[in-house]
Design a protein around this ligand. Structure first.
Ligand code: S3P
Length: 173
């Protein structure tokens, strides 16, 4: 990472608190907040589920990668909440490390399932979070480990997570 950066990127599996924590961080820092899924939906004019259906996961990943590359090189400070699969592409991981302070959030499977169960907007869960989450977690066991900072959010409040991130961020500036 560059000596100083004005980007904080949150990565992690679905339901680990990226959106909530990014809101708190952006408010605290007075920075813009970008949720890559929301941004994709806005730019594409269709839902994540519709993109998966019409362009496949690969099509979604292409849009996601292009967006991440462009956000990271914008001059304005930003807190960026990424989708759970944004780290699957090596190029995305490299860009995040080069341009931002990257924090991975993780949580226990039970807690993730509880948080995402009612959600119908995540195509990879296919309406069956209880079975899909453990399978995907296993597939993605190590993909978030590239982040220099990893925080287990299972027994922390979003405020505690945000405070820990801010401490770490300020220390390395
Ligand atoms: C995905 C996570 C989702 C969204 C898409 C794919 C994934 O974002 O990008 O459904 O591959 O883990 P959240 O992590 O914000 O749910």
């Amino acid at each position: 990472m560059a000596e100083t950066t004005n980007k904080i990127v949150l990565v992690g599996f679905m339901g680990c608190g990226k959106s909530t924590v990014s809101r708190l961080l952006a408010k605290e820092l007075g920075w813009r907040r970008i949720d890559t899924d929301d941004e994709i939906v806005e730019r594409e004019g269709r839902s994540v589920a519709a993109i998966f259906e019409e362009a496949g996961e690969q099509g979604f990943r292409k849009i996601e990668s292009n967006l991440i590359a462009s956000i990271l090189t914008e001059p304005e400070p930003a807190v960026i909440a990424t989708g759970g699969g944004a780290v699957l592409a090596e190029a995305n991981r490299q860009a995040m490390l080069a341009y931002s302070y990257v924090v991975a959030l993780k949580a226990d499977a039970e807690q993730i399932i509880a948080r995402v169960q009612a959600d119908t907007g995540r195509p990879l869960l296919a309406g069956d979070a209880a079975n899909r989450v453990p399978l995907l977690l296993e597939q993605r066991k190590t993909v978030y480990d590239f982040a220099p900072t990893i925080i287990d959010t299972t027994s922390l409040t979003p405020e505690q997570v945000a405070a820990a991130i801010l401490d770490g961020f300020k220390q390395q500036q």
